[in-house]
Design a protein around this ligand. Sequence first.
Ligand SMILES: O=Nc1c(NC[C@H](O)[C@H](O)[C@H](O)CO)[nH]c(=O)[nH]c1=O
Length: 160
Amino acid sequence: MAVKGLGQIDQEYDGSNLKVGILHARWNKEVIDALVEGAQKRLLELKVKPENIIIESVPGSYELPFASAAMIKKHKLDVVIPIGVLIKGSTMHFEYICDAVSKALMDLQFKIGVPVIFGVLTCMTEEQAQARAGLIPGKMHNHGEDWGACAVETALKWSP
Ligand SMILES: O=Nc1c(NC[C@H](O)[C@H](O)[C@H](O)CO)[nH]c(=O)[nH]c1=O
């Protein structure tokens, strides 16, 4: 059953030949765990083999770009889903990390020729993050599922 969401999948893809990386930061663990689980669930629904879903972690979102590049090479991935949760604090730290990480992840896929899905939540509050991980019943769906579907579609449709 397709995930209800803004980026609804357009067909049921067969990901059985794909190797997918999930690289998650370790800040905001409860939300991260839900997002990773949602991405995994969707990947399996789209026939990615469990043994072809490689999961690694980094300390924080700032490490996602560098480690994504290394992970793609280390595991010869067809696509990678970097997952992070950034929540605004009382300083400008949030803005600088969000800007740097989003630009670096976007650029990485052109440099390396492998799709890099944007799985970083940039939230003003903890509640916003929880809602986007499907942790508040009746409020939004788990965005990790969207990212899993996006990873399979992009890798199958657009990878060279
Ligand atoms: O500060 N807040 C956050 C954060 N900071 C750590 C940063 O990503 C990095 O790991 C360190 O600066 C070391 O390089 N990392 C997150 O994923 N979410 C946050 O909300």
